[in-house]
Design a protein around this ligand. Structure first.
Ligand SMILES: *Cc1c(COP(=O)(O)O)cnc(C)c1O
Length: 408
């Protein structure tokens, strides 16, 4: 019986401390989140709204204006009748941003980063191709590789030596290296210049998922390619619009022939309703904010918060029972992006720390397998430019108390 079967499996999830729970909030996306039924708002360190744009008054106004101009829905997929001037203008601007790095780039909008990654890997990953994938790539890239007809080789996280050997030994005519730019659970940056060199040496292409870099990295927030100052026709760029950009959707920017092929062939582009044009219009305001002085100031604030967090948490870890890196100790990986994990290891202890922080009015999510490798359960903090210094001091104080209470 299906229901009994599922209920048994759900109990197993409970027993392994792996059951996920949905939380309902009654406030918009912001650092102080009100949970339905709770007395007071929680100070949250878990959204991907890195620049604090999701609830920015100028964007709220832009979306209202967009809805007045375009209505709410697009009514159809892009290739039927759902493609409007607002989409075309946004695609042009996104292409212009990346054209400094990918000569002649064209951009194509998708409903989400998940859909864009499935599109890229299935449309380009034909039977005569090999996909070379970092083992810590995002789930959407893993699923895209599973659905592709191409052969798939995974290399240990960031291990370019192994990747070079795999490329050397590969005989398929088309080779595609696939990587997150900022790894979503660890916050570390892929060595994109070295990956591009490998691609050039082995006549391969480099597919980059910049979900966490777009808006955050680069002098003007254009993302990881701007950050590293890369330039090559071999770059295939995917950026998302629901994280730092504060709205929803995603895009691919690449050589025009690649983009045209995606439009012809990718099922997650063709068989789905187009993003509402009002969102495309609002996203222009988001891009204005990102590349203007306000975006620069917000990125500056973000860097200050990250620096203060790393400086403030080190002494807590040194004082913790196991000591940094020691048996049972906590570990702070070397991340300089707004994604700041604190690795605990054990699932139940990670949940206990999550709960202890929540008891102090903080929301810092525990991330467990299978999202991260077994034995590396962690708190995954993310910072936003809308956090204040006071928020950060409150976080450090609550963490110190919680570690002591749990004698971690
Ligand atoms: C969030 C995320 C995606 C998916 O993007 P959505 O627009 O949320 O579907 C893809 N890749 C990475 C690395 C992500 O973190």
């Amino acid at each position: 019986m299906l229901i009994e079967h599922l209920n048994r499996q759900l109990l197993e999830l409970d027993a392994a401390a792996l059951r996920r729970r949905l939380r309902t909030h009654t406030t918009p996306c912001q650092p102080h989140l009100q949970l339905q039924g709770a007395d007071a708002p929680l100070l949250a360190f878990c959204s991907n709204d890195y620049l604090g744009l999701a609830n920015h008054p100028a964007l709220v106004q832009a979306l209202a204006d967009g809805a007045r101009r375009w209505g709410v829905g697009s009514g159809a997929s892009h290739l039927v009748s759902g493609h409007y001037e607002a989409h075309a203008a946004l695609e042009q601007r996104l292409a212009d941003w990346q054209a400094a790095h990918i000569p002649g780039a064209r951009a194509l909008l998708f409903g989400s980063g998940y859909a864009a990654n499935i599109a890229l890997l299935t449309a380009l990953g034909e039977a005569t191709a090999t996909l070379f994938c970092d083992q810590l790539n995002h789930a959407s890239l893993i699923d895209g590789a599973r659905l592709a007809k191409a052969a798939v080789q995974r290399y240990p996280h960031a291990d370019l030596g192994v990747l070079a050997q795999q490329l050397q030994a590969c005989a398929t005519p088309l080779k595609l290296i696939v990587t997150d730019a900022v790894f979503s659970m660890d916050g570390d940056l892929a060595d994109l210049p070295a990956l591009l060199q490998l691609a050039e040496r082995h006549d391969a292409w480099l597919i980059i998922d910049d979900a966490h870099g777009f808006g955050v990295l680069g002098a003007r927030g254009h993302g990881c390619l701007q950050h590293f100052g890369l330039r090559s026709e071999r770059l295939i760029y995917m950026g998302t619009l629901g994280k730092a950009a504060g709205v929803y959707g995603a895009f691919v920017a690449a050589h025009p022939s690649i983009v045209e092929w995606l439009l012809q062939r990718s099922r997650t582009y063709i068989y789905t309703t187009a993003l509402p044009p009002a969102l495309a219009q609002a996203l222009q305001t988001s891009l204005d904010l990102i590349e203007g002085p306000e975006g620069a100031a917000r990125r500056q604030q973000l860097l200050a918060l990250i620096g203060r967090w790393r400086a403030g948490v080190q002494p807590l870890l040194a004082a913790a029972k196991g000591g940094q890196g020691g048996q049972g100790g906590l570990h702070l990986p070397d991340s300089h992006t707004p994604i700041q994990p604190l690795i605990v290891g054990d699932n139940a202890r990670t949940l206990a720390l999550d709960a202890a922080l929540q008891a102090r009015g903080l929301r810092v999510p525990a991330i467990r397998p299978p999202t991260v490798p077994v034995g590396s359960a962690r708190l995954r903090l993310t910072f936003s430019a809308s956090h204040t210094q006071a928020d950060l001091e409150r976080l450090l104080a609550a963490l110190a108390e919680s570690l002591q209470e749990l004698s971690l």
